[in-house]
Design a protein around this ligand. Sequence first.
Ligand code: GDP
Length: 450
Amino acid sequence: MVLTDLSRQLTAAISKLNAKGGVDEDAVKSVVLDVQRALIDADVNTALVAKLGKEIKGKAMAAVEDEEASGPAVARFVEKAVASSLVSMLTPARKPRKLVRGRSNVVMFVGLQGAGKTTTVAKFAHYYKNRRFKVAMVCADTFRAGAFDQLRQNASKLRVPFYGSHAETDPVRIAREGVAAFRKDKFDLIIVDTSGRHRQETELFREMEAVHSAVEPDDVVFVMDSTIGQAAEAQARAFSESVEVGSVVITKLDGHAKGGGALSAVTATGAPVIFTGSGEHFADLDPFEPAEFVGKLLGKGDLSGIIRAMRETVDEGEQLAMLRRITKGHFTMRDLYEQLTQIGKLGPLSKVMASMPGPIAQAFAGMPEGGGQDKFKRMLVIMDSMTDAEMDMPFADLMAAEPRLRRVARGSGAPMAEVYQLMAMAKQFSGILGKFGKMGLMNGGDKKLA
Ligand code: GDP
């Protein structure tokens, strides 16, 4: 998980209170100190940590002043205070630009060489392609030998059209021509990768400005390496002074201790972090939402990410029909089958599934990526050996029909325990989706269900 140490230290600090009967001011002070230490270890700016400490203590003391307050009650209060303070620390002054299909969004990527820009361009393309955007890439990096081939290979793996040239040395010309061609062909998202060079220098900024005026991008995404920690702030400011940085992607958050510093430092510049990078694969790009991120940091299973991803990938008509069935208590195995296949498209399963609570996460917990994939396939195989009638009956009826389940287990070669696990998953899915549907959080959820 991202920022594992910070997460572990924060939850350990708060859970100390759980063990106590009565809680006094000293106990709160000591927890706040632990929280501050954890943030300093994650390279968060000391002035910011001091401010957060005061804020958390102020909020938490309100709970202690209640004479009856028990340890667990205060722990919950402190946890809430920590969460809301961290969320406000990570909420940027500016909102990111939202990309919509049906028009040509030109997005220019900038950042220093080695930051992970070219990799992120591919991940970004993959992300939007999965969300049904018609995506194309332009390589305007004529400086780094190999940039052209790296991007072209990624484009071909992703089956995304690519524009670039080995021979042309003028990045402005390539950018202009590539963007014009893809605009003409009505691509929804045209990604322009630019040169990074090796350090912040006049030449780099001049080139960035020239490409910027040639393509007039709708957004400029600044890609930054999180391992530089707090130094992120100065770098983000330097880039922002040269071109108008609309959003930021912070890379290499996988397991790196300084990620907290980079995240908070960038937020301090006002630019919104839109994604974080967590590995070298196409799917290792996570949308960044402060509340969701802090929830995970504090060890809370959080569904908003997966619900958002479903909302983007699953057809609205399908969702409404499914919600209708769920509210009538008619969730079926076919619904689960469709949901699982959709989820399969979203990214590495171990990651997606780990963000689900209860039996679903447990079924996939601690599995390597490939292992999760195998388990997932087995679930689909079990469903493949169900008859149409079984796939379409309310799953509660199927769950009660043990002879049917035994036959399914025999037919698919799976142990009964796995069939039951699948049933538990179906039950939880229907609960979760039903709840979110009623809350109107899914697409069209606010529309009337007939
Ligand atoms: P560029 O020079 O900015 O275009 O950087 P590249 O995209 O070539 O990336 C530099 C190195 O960082 C490569 O080895 C990438 O595989 C690696 N990298 C990029 N993003 C991530 C990330 O989120 N996590 C990890 N672990 N490595 C990354």
